[in-house]
Design a protein. Structure first.
Length: 286
């Protein structure tokens, strides 16, 4: 049996330890659409939702996500398809994973489908399944995403990603009429609306329950049943969404922290990274 003396191994033969990294940008060829590629080892996303669609594919490793209250594992060859306002989280399974995401707006998707299919702008596409196995399309998505990240050129970038987007919605989405109201418990709906209107305020559970006319216990149970998330987690997600808008407009992280109801910048940064995978400063530069 041969043994290796580590102090005699040439430094170039020792591979560097993998590190977590996130690349974020707003693509000018798609109206400033937010794009991200990330490598995570231990980072865990807190439950959150986006106002836009979230479309992505894994490159390596496995990711565990909770969507609609159900846990699913996503790996290479899978597409990760999140509808607007759909609460989800994410964490690694057994180590490092790398994936790519884009966040097209509802308006952009509707315009795209109207241009390339028989859909109209009144149609609302949605994905009935959030993790689907489609290796060919997942590979095509990752290739088109790399072209965008590497600035391959406007024509090549647009053709590549447009073709992938149309194929994803054609294969894996359904259409339903635009919905403006839900059948949620009336108290839950009032609580949700109040949080939207007062997201920067220090809202207490007893205060919120009194405002909507229910008990604290009923409010928590009903809210979780409707959104798969607690009122506090929902409020934090709203604050992060407002913060993203203000950061993209050029406001400083410390200004945004206080404007969006966070106790201090450190608290803001922790919550922002837990839901986006990056710091506020990185998002602002993107």
């Amino acid at each position: 049996m041969h043994t290796v003396c580590l102090d005699r191994v040439h430094p170039s033969a020792v591979l560097p330890a993998p590190r977590e990294a996130t690349a974020f940008w707003r693509d000018p060829h798609f109206g400033g659409m937010e794009c991200m590629s990330a490598t995570f080892i231990t980072h865990r996303f807190s439950p959150h939702a986006h106002e836009h669609f979230g479309l992505g594919a894994m490159e390596t490793g496995l990711k565990l996500a909770t969507i609609r209250g159900c846990k699913r594992v996503c790996g290479p060859g899978d597409l990760y398809l999140i509808n607007p306002e759909e609460v989800h989280d994410g964490s690694p399974v057994g180590g490092i994973y790398r994936y790519r995401m884009i966040y097209p707006s509802v308006a952009m998707v509707r315009g795209l489908l109207e241009e390339f299919s028989d859909c109209t702008k009144s149609d609302m596409p949605f994905f009935p399944e959030q993790i689907v196995c489609d290796p060919a399309l997942a590979n095509a998505f990752n290739h088109a995403h790399r072209l965008m990240q590497n600035r391959a050129g406007a024509l090549e970038e647009e053709e590549g990603m447009l073709g992938v987007l149309v194929a994803i919605f054609a294969r894996h989405s359904q259409l339903r009429p635009a919905v403006t109201k839900t059948d949620q418990d009336a108290a839950v709906a009032r609580a949700r609306d109040y949080l939207h209107a007062h997201f920067a305020d220090d809202v207490g559970l007893a205060q919120l329950a009194a405002i909507v006319g229910t008990s604290r216990a009923h409010l928590i149970r009903s809210f979780r049943a409707a959104f798969h998330i607690t009122p506090h987690a929902y409020l934090t997600s709203l604050r992060i969404r407002a913060a993203q808008k203000q950061l993209s407009e050029g406001h400083s992280p410390i200004e945004v922290a206080f404007a969006c109801g966070f106790a201090d910048q450190a608290h803001f940064t922790r919550n922002f990274k837990a839901r986006t995978g990056m710091t506020p400063a990185q998002f602002r530069r993107g």
